[in-house]
Design a protein around this ligand. Structure first.
Ligand code: K1U
Ligand code: ZN
Length: 167
């Protein structure tokens, strides 16, 4: 297993749109394992493949306390959304920024699991939030895109300054 580098906003590679996984091969299974290890180490509750510069559509999530209930979504698609909820979200690609975001309360998602078997999942609450956040990454979007332009500029400047200081 390997720890992968997590790209940080405003890295332009975070804006790339992901492409479908054609077949769940041993290479894809290795990427899933590496993404889980990277998410647990960060620590985070989700990670999208584009955040580790992998162009193929993969999401990993684990909301459990013990970090022993990994969920893997390959080529995920949201088919149904219902209701509304708000949550103060964070993002491993936008460190130290937490903002309240409005999203659907419930989602139905179709995906392949890490063995390549199709499945459907109905999610609500934080799992539904996390799925929506991660699928936006696969579209090249970040949660900060939903904030005012002024807030976005401040966050971008702060992160650019932090990146220069750590060079
Ligand atoms: O996509 C990401 O960058 C991961 C992100 C997922 C997420 C969090 C909150 C709302 C929506 C999506 C994170 O994991 S940020 C870190 C975080 O929330 C967390 C870290 C440690 C313990 C508990 C939560
Ligand atoms: Zn994120």
């Amino acid at each position: 297993m390997a720890l992968l580098e997590i790209l940080k906003h405003p890295d332009p590679r975070l804006r790339n749109k992901s492409v479908p996984v054609e077949e769940v091969t041993d290479e894809i299974k290795q990427i899933v394992s590496d993404m889980l290890e990277t998410m647990y180490a960060a620590p985070g509750i989700g990670l999208a493949s584009i955040q580790v510069n992998e162009p193929r559509s993969i999401v990993v999530i684990d909301l459990s306390e013990e970090k022993d209930q990994p969920l893997c979504l390959i080529n995920p698609k949201i088919t149904v959304t219902e209701g509304e909820q708000e949550y103060e979200e964070g993002c491993l690609s936008v460190p130290s920024v937490y903002e309240t975001i409005q999203r659907a309360e419930q989602v139905t998602v179709e995906a392949l699991d890490r063995e390549g078997t199709p499945f459907e999942l109905k999610a609500e609450g934080l799992l539904a939030i996390c799925i929506q956040h991660e699928l936006e990454h696969l579209e090249g979007k970040l949660f900060v895109d939903r904030l005012s332009k002024l807030k976005q500029q401040r966050i971008k400047k702060r992160l650019e300054k932090q990146a220069k200081e750590t060079m």
